[in-house]
Design a protein around this ligand. Sequence first.
Ligand code: MLT
Length: 206
Amino acid sequence: MRLQPDFIHEFVRGKSERTLLLLHGTGGNERDLIPLGKELDPNASLLSPRGEVLENGMPRFFRRLAEGVFDLEDLKKRTHELADFVVSAAEHYKIDTKHIIAVGYSNGANIAASMLLLRPEILTAAVLFRAMVPLVPKTAPSLNSKRIWIGAGSLDPIVPASNTKELAEMLRSAGAEVTIRFFQSGHQLTAEDVDLAREWLTESVD
Ligand code: MLT
């Protein structure tokens, strides 16, 4: 069966009621974050779509005009498409919609943040690695009871620390419980990011 809207994706059925929605970075694909998902929670189901935009042949989840400068109309449209895909995938794979947690890296973290701001009903929690403010919504969403973990690199040349802090504040002022951690690293993910995110997922998210 084809899901509508249709994203190329991988689905790995887990043993618990939790599903991790895995969102890769620029140039990634639906297979990239499967090992990370298993490391973060070996019992969760994994739903991993491939971004539908191509930038010089590299898949992404939305268009950008330059590094860190986003095509906001495209971002909004694709955020809704991704949210609708999650709804249809949840129906198709019988996923418990009360336990969907986004795990995004870089471009994937940015569309996950956009989904929290525009379609907050889709996610109960999110792990955002190297995220920045994707957009400023016209109306602030209600993010009460959402839990969000942000892993940032203090030496990240792509995402300024001030921008990640701004994102954390935006999510907090909408009611989310946000944990932000800075690592002595650049844009790439580190073993410490993964360890702390796993601990947080185990201890702080139902
Ligand atoms: C983005 O375009 O989402 C950010 O610049 C991160 C990246 O993908 O390089």
